[in-house]
Write a protein that binds this ligand. Sequence first.
Ligand code: AMP
Ligand code: MN
Ligand code: MN
Ligand code: MN
Length: 277
Amino acid sequence: MTEHYDLHCHSTASDGALSPTALVQRAHQCGVTSLALTDHDTVAGLNEAQAAADTVGIKLIPGIELSTSWQNKCFHIVGLGINPMHPPLAEATRNLQLMRIERAEKIAAKLEKKRIFGALEAVKTAAGDGMITRSHFADFLVSQFHVSTHQDAFDRYLGSGKDAYVATAWAELELAISWISESGGVAVLAHPLRYNLTASWVKRLLTAFKEAGGAGIEVVTGRCNSDEIKLVARYATHFDLAGSVGSDFHNPANQWVELGRLAPLPENIKPIWELLN
Ligand code: AMP
Ligand code: MN
Ligand code: MN
Ligand code: MN
């Protein structure tokens, strides 16, 4: 049987709309045979996802998407095949949850200065036991008619440099990669074209990423065209990185991104799943 991989998606443990169970069921219906659940800075959805994967008969790869800082910029590192119980990784997720609560309080305070009230209570309720993210704030701003779309919420309030933006010192890139590697997983640079980097920054970042033990890069994402795939495939080849494929699925309401709806990995790129045990 040929495997069908989707190695990047989110559940209600972070900013996804579906529970881990519903997400796994949907992935199965979409033809995915190997799914990595990669919630932002948390492994809290993995047990439920594993039980659902056993029930429907697909393979679950334990994952995480870590928020990291490098040269004062934020980069997302997906860990695949991690051991969620590895003590440094488990401790990191506890710290990240506290950082996210503190950041949420600061974002809410900035929104109050713009006479937008009630955000903190709303995002805490929406996130429940899961990680609070800027997506939760965007949902709140849309629901209260402060903006009309999610994108507007980032463009007007939540995006870098906007009124309610709070710069955050995430874990250093090298440290985050070590948590992933030492737990038995492989580190993958998520959505490399979403950081708006110049070519020289790409070169510096990928050099540092590789030196720190980074193993792969997302060559195929949920919304990319063939030119973008070719460009990232060139990065993979040049920096000797394996290629990953992941939709970054969050919400069935987004018709542009679906679980497993991914172009094939170019044949000359080493697949990241060959590095997973
Ligand atoms: P956080 O990790 O809390 O900063 O939230 C980041 C999440 O917000 C990302 O994973 C996306 O789901 C979402 N996000 C970030 N930037 C944008 C944007 N410009 N438009 C829409 N969603 C975004
Ligand atoms: Mn997200
Ligand atoms: Mn991301
Ligand atoms: Mn993601």
